[in-house]
Unconditional design. Structure first.
Length: 314
């Protein structure tokens, strides 16, 4: 007989609320397009976030159903509620279907492009669970594509627009995180002979190291180009007077977002340290929430972005 308390706690763990931090990416479009000044756009973005949380949690359930035998051989994943037998597979499947139906119904109340982004995400994750996670390179590209879809779903929900450099930044960042995840998994599972993730045996360390370095560099370079090609910000009169007191040239209209580039460079360097020295890149959301230097850098970066766009500019 199932223990109700364990079942409820197991369901909470299985939908992985900690992973919802990734869905915060849907607010990127709201922030960078100046939408924080609009209460209606904020509400739309919050709704988009909740919908994506339902969609992503449903895919975690489906993935764990398909991976139940592999998870039972994993040093950590064997404790997941489905693999551990706390949640019956039929119950997990029913819950996943219900969450998908609610997500699709609510997505249809926003823009058509957002609805198709949700559909695309669900289809992509289904193929990932069935096929793509077992195909070298396509597995990390699928993980990255899911993150990019989060970003642009948020943009499409508010009918916004972001330039191509932002797309390149997000794509590079997502691939950097996904490949770093594989690099850490390879370190963690060296003695499991591919039983828990068959694609790992096809990823030599030198290949992962090369790709990690490649996308680490393209992440900060693309972001630097994104800030450079953003329209110059006209400073408020009070800010302008303060800056001119210090004899800053062209202080009135400047690409102030470039001031955030050093934070991104440090964040990339810190994450590389986490992958190679601390060997903790297998769970990016855990790293972001527990690594204090990285967490502080992320918060400072966000505060600078909001401050520059909404309080420094006229």
């Amino acid at each position: 007989m199932l223990n109700l308390k364990n079942l409820v706690w197991g369901l909470i763990r299985e939908v992985r609320p900690r992973q919802w931090i990734k869905n915060g990416a849907v607010f990127a479009g709201l922030i960078f397009t100046g939408g924080l000044d609009s209460n209606s756009l904020i509400l739309i973005s919050v709704k988009a976030f909740i919908i994506f949380c339902l969609a992503t949690s449903s895919t975690y359930l489906i993935n764990d159903i398909f991976d139940i035998e592999r998870d039972r051989q994993h040093p950590f994943k064997k404790y997941r509620p489905i693999a551990a037998g706390i949640i019956p597979v039929p119950l997990a499947a029913i819950l996943a279907i219900v969450m998908i139906m609610i997500a699709l119904q609510q997505a249809s109340t926003l823009t058509p492009s957002f609805f198709f982004a949700i559909v695309g995400y669900l289809v992509l994750q289904l193929f990932y669970s069935l096929i793509l996670k077992h195909v070298i390179l396509l597995d990390v590209m699928t993980i990255a594509a899911g993150f990019v879809l989060r970003i642009y779903a948020g943009v499409w929900a508010i009918s916004g627009h972001l330039n191509v450099w932002f797309l390149l930044t997000i794509t590079s960042f997502a691939l950097f995180i996904a490949i770093g995840k594989r690099r850490s998994e390879l370190t963690l599972l060296k003695n499991h002979d591919g039983k828990t993730r068959s694609t790992l045996i096809h990823y030599p360390e030198t290949l992962l190291d090369t790709m990690t370095s490649m996308f680490a560099n393209s992440t900060w370079l693309s972001y630097a180009m994104f800030t450079f090609f953003q329209p110059a910000i006209l400073a408020r009169p009070r800010v302008l007077n303060f800056l001119t007191d210090f004899n800053f040239q062209r202080a009135g209209e400047t690409k102030y977002l470039m001031a955030t580039v050093p934070l991104v460079i440090y964040g990339v360097m810190r994450y590389l340290y986490i992958i190679y020295e601390k060997k903790q890149g297998e769970s990016p959301e855990r790293v972001l929430l527990t690594d204090k230097p990285l967490l502080f850098t992320g918060i400072l970066w966000l505060l600078m972005i909001v401050g520059i766009i909404y309080y420094l500019g006229a």
